[in-house]
Design a protein around this ligand. Sequence first.
Ligand code: ADP
Ligand code: MG
Length: 723
Amino acid sequence: MSITRQKAIESAVQYLTGTEAEFVRGKIDEYFGMNVFGEEEMKARLPKNIYRAVRKTMEEGEPLDFSVADVVATAMSGWAVERGATHYAHIFYPLTGSTAEKHDSFYSPDGKGGLITEFSGKQLIQGEPDASSFPHGGLRATFEARGYTAWDVTSPAYIMEGRNGTTLCIPTAFCSWNGEALDKKVPLLRSMQALNRQARRVLKLFGHDDPGMITSNAGPEQEYFLIDRSLYFARPDLVSAGRTLFGAKPPKGQQLEDQYFGTIPERVLAFMMEVDTILYKLGVPVKTRHNEVAPAQYEIAPVFESSNLSTDHQQLIMQTLQRVAPRYGLACLLHEKPFAGINGSGKHLNWSLGGPRVGNLLTPGDTPHENMQFLVFCAAVIQAVNKHAVMLRGSVAGAGNDHRLGANEAPPAIISIFLGEQLDDVFRQIAAGSVKDSRRSDMLSVGVDTLPPLPKDATDRNRTSPFAFTGNRFEFRAVGSSQSIAGPQVVLNTILAETLDYVATELEKASAKDPVEFNEAVQVLLKKMINANSQVIFNGDNYAESWVSEAEKRGLPNNRNTVEALDGMDIESCYSVFEKYNVLSRGEVHSRFEIYREKYVKDVLIEADLTLNIARTMIFPAVVRHQKLLAEAATAVNAAGVQACTAALENVTALNVELQQAIKELESEIEIPDGTPGEQSHYALETLIPVVNRVREIADKLELIVADDLWPLPNYQEMLFTR
Ligand code: ADP
Ligand code: MG
């Protein structure tokens, strides 16, 4: 075993060398949310009228007055300083998908050798980070490099505790000087508004005169890997690309299936407990933690919250996982596919909509009337997903996710919906039912109360579906583990707003006052919608080979990789639906395509460069050493009159020749030709990736024959099973 690896493993064994993690003894409810400037703090610290103004902004989206902001700023900074904060930071979510923060001190020189504390409403409301190095896809002219962060009143500020101090963090939206969205939050908030507006129109027709605010909700399940940190640092590919670009399959992978829900290793459990504690203090309602299917793979899931809050909290979860891991000598891998041949990581996005007055709109009701409303919302989701499947697919595109989708461990790139037997049956009956017939029966049996009872719990599960109804929500399973959940929700909310707009417009034509007429109209509409969209419903095995051809027959799109997914989404219907519902302008949509394509090209290029470097400077020399060893042995043995080692030498030599050829080819292809991001993304996919894969293929074969003490990289077994 090489010295690097030996050292890595030695230090892995002594993980608790640092100080013991502080952990809070006591009941969770005593510290849950203690680091959040939430309801309680605001109520206690703000004058009544100011508090009311803030609530109004939070609940109804009323613009906030500067004078109000000043008072809030004073109260907020007062609270933060009491809690030891010296700095504040506007937190924003640029299109890289990560979280960005810029810290400023509360203190300024007073000109007399001392300091004054300063934090005004203006500083709270607006920041001006130099944003020139964040992706903007051509939206920002270079002479106007400035970006603006604007306080998001609907996501509470919080304190981030560090080892040597605390920082007040203020969630913000990030835009250009003329208000164009440069981040993930702005379109999410806009999509929530669009959905609210259209959902309320439909609810009015169902007799909710004042349904209150309707929001979308998200409950994201996060999968991740934990490996020993010293092994991590011995792998340049993990450090720079987030995944292993080399590595032969270990003798024991996940074939025993003994990991899922297995006992959590001691060190990992200690890590999880600290993560949970930090998140509780931040008011993130984490709930579930367990081993996942692959060795060294785990999951954390919170209770669902409104889309905006849960999206910010999701970013905090990812950040916290990565921040805490080193304290336990671990590295947290959020990449979708850190290890070839081993399950990758996803993020199941549980998504629903509702409001305090009307409840969850995707819960089947107790009465026929409620059920009718439920079926309408459900049918609207089906129509939206069918009509805009390419958008949903595009929203989870990314180089990392390409390794996962369709690889028999994650849903395919084909978007379809699983309804479950009962609900499927209900929709079939509606589709088959003739309106003329039902007209003869009495009012409510015009469709819905003659139907079988609707499913109340998520008993039947189909784990292979990308978009499954699970009793009171849909679960979108194609999201990648490293991706922000904002994008898919922006798409879901927007396309559902469009369908609800259609539903409302159709039903408003029927007089809502005449129940017979209204019920009939609902019946007709449901039938029409189901018939027009039934091809998207698939309750079978999505991993089956036959589904690909079946889906093709049905006319469902199958965009197998990021390049196809982005090309497939870059169509008029995508621009127009975003534009119509004021979620993203044409320019904003276009800029995003540019950014996502550039990001893809960069990701592939980084991997290609790393592959080249590692193959050239680590693997090739190891192979040569091994060759030399064999050659010397062969000579010595030959001198003794025995023929040996020559077959082994020939074998490794042949592979080394192949390796050198592949390296040479990679060297000549690695220059990406000038062109648009779209053209370059095709080059990356079609020309570069096959050569990169070829280098790996040969290197992985060599790993299995080169002397273990010469191999320079920690192997899969070491990384996955050093606990
Ligand atoms: P499973 O692994 O069985 O899918 P988990 O308990 O791991 O379930 O995660 C389920 C997630 O779904 C949780 O985050 C939960 O809060 C969320 N969820 C439950 N109900 C809803 C809902 N109505 N809307 C959105 N998310 C929901
Ligand atoms: Mg789960």
